[in-house]
Design a protein around this ligand. Structure first.
Ligand code: PEP
Ligand code: MN
Length: 370
């Protein structure tokens, strides 16, 4: 059960003390408090955990200071969509909205290699009106001898160039709590010219200690990739780890599943789960066509498979696309075979806009037929 307090009631208010005393007297019920600080006001929620089935929703809602009560009917207490649940399905970060009702493109380098490539990428994005990108600094690699990313050494120029070209959010994978601190420090040292969305990669979806650390910080939103060899439910529970620790600014990323059934694609594309994740949770859903397809192969009409699956995810309602670009894919240090070329960006964006418009028309038609 979730008790949402009236906007003026905080943990300092007398109403809160009274509620805490009331809850302390309920048998086998514990409480956890979550404060969501917005620019205008702080919203306080009390999560009741334990034996809550016998509690009367209306009784709880009538207590002083309570705005409304949501009974948690399924799993994913914080991020889930529950009956009568009007909690928002969006958040804002650094001036960019991430919601189940809008759409953002994160085109960029799978791995940062040279400052020149970072600058060329960001200039191209700026030229096409983009304010988000992806830039890998810490790369988890299958082969221990493969390039592991430039790590914190590249952060100063990545952040400075992002500021120069008006990039507001960079998706960047972290694999260790130290990386979160390094990103925080480098951003601060550069004068916070941009923002970062911390990415938890598919190999770390169930790294619970990393999830707890990333969930405890509220500075950066998180893109959690679905684990490539676990169930959707297990991955959604991983997202709930982040939220249960306090950070509910989470985007859920589909990136394909590891099985040879998807051959010749690198992974089995799982974008049919876009509406499923939106139905079960309030998280915006990202698709990663690059790591799903893994190649620059194209259909007989000339469209790359990466374009096709992107359109498939967007027409199903995806809210974000994370896509690899590189100026010279054969020379890329990581994942070159799947990278789009810089001069393919305008075509990609046009194709994306066509798919998004088709999705919006489908939603309008559904409303007419409802
Ligand atoms: C990535 O986006 O660079 C990446 C490594 O993705 P994934 O964790 O999905 O393999
Ligand atoms: Mn990659």
């Amino acid at each position: 059960m979730i008790i949402i307090l009236q906007p003026h009631v905080t943990t300092q208010s007398p109403e809160f003390d009274a509620l805490r005393n009331h809850i302390a007297n309920l048998p086998r019920v514990q409480m956890r408090v979550h404060e969501e600080r917005g620019s205008q006001q702080t919203l306080t929620e009390i999560y009741l955990i334990g034996d809550t089935a016998a509690l009367d929703k209306d009784d709880m809602a009538s207590l002083p200071g309570v705005e409304r009560v949501v009974r948690v009917s399924r799993e994913y207490r914080v991020l889930g969509r529950h009956h009568d649940d009007q909690r928002p399905s969006y958040f804002e970060y650094n001036g960019v909205r991430f919601g189940q009702d809008n759409f953002n493109v994160f085109a960029g380098l799978c791995a940062v290699d040279t400052p020149a490539h970072v600058e060329e990428m960001m200039r191209t994005l700026r030229d096409y009106g983009q304010v988000c990108t992806r830039m890998g600094a810490y790369k988890p690699r299958t082969n221990p001898y493969a390039f592991q990313g430039h790590g914190k050494a590249c952060l100063p120029y990545v952040f400075e160039l992002a500021g120069k070209y008006g990039i507001k959010v960079i998706a960047m994978e972290v694999t260790h709590d130290r990386h979160v601190a390094e990103i925080h420090e480098a951003l601060h040292a550069a004068g916070n010219p941009t923002g970062v969305m911390l990415q938890i990669g598919t190999r770390n979806t169930q790294n619970f200690e990393l999830l707890k650390i990333v969930g405890r910080q509220r500075e950066f939103p998180v893109l959690l990739k679905r684990g490539f060899g676990i169930t959707l439910e297990e991955s959604l529970n991983a997202a709930e780890y982040l939220a249960s620790e306090g950070n509910r600014n989470v985007v859920f990323g589909l990136r394909g599943m590891k099985t040879n059934m998807g051959d010749p694609h690198r992974n089995m594309v799982d974008f049919a789960h876009v509406p499923v994740v939106k139905r079960l949770t309030r998280m915006p859903v990202c698709i990663d066509p690059s790591h799903s397809v893994g190649s620059r192969d194209r259909g007989p009409e000339g469209l790359l498979d990466v374009f096709h699956v992107t359109a498939q995810g967007i027409i199903a309602g995806a809210n974000m696309v994370l896509v690899d670009f590189h100026p010279q894919p054969p020379k890329a240090l990581v994942d070159g075979p799947q990278a789009l070329l810089f001069n393919e960006l305008p075509h990609f964006l046009e194709d994306v806009a066509i798919a998004r418009e088709a999705y919006e028309k489908r939603v309008a038609a559904a409303a007419r037929y409802a």
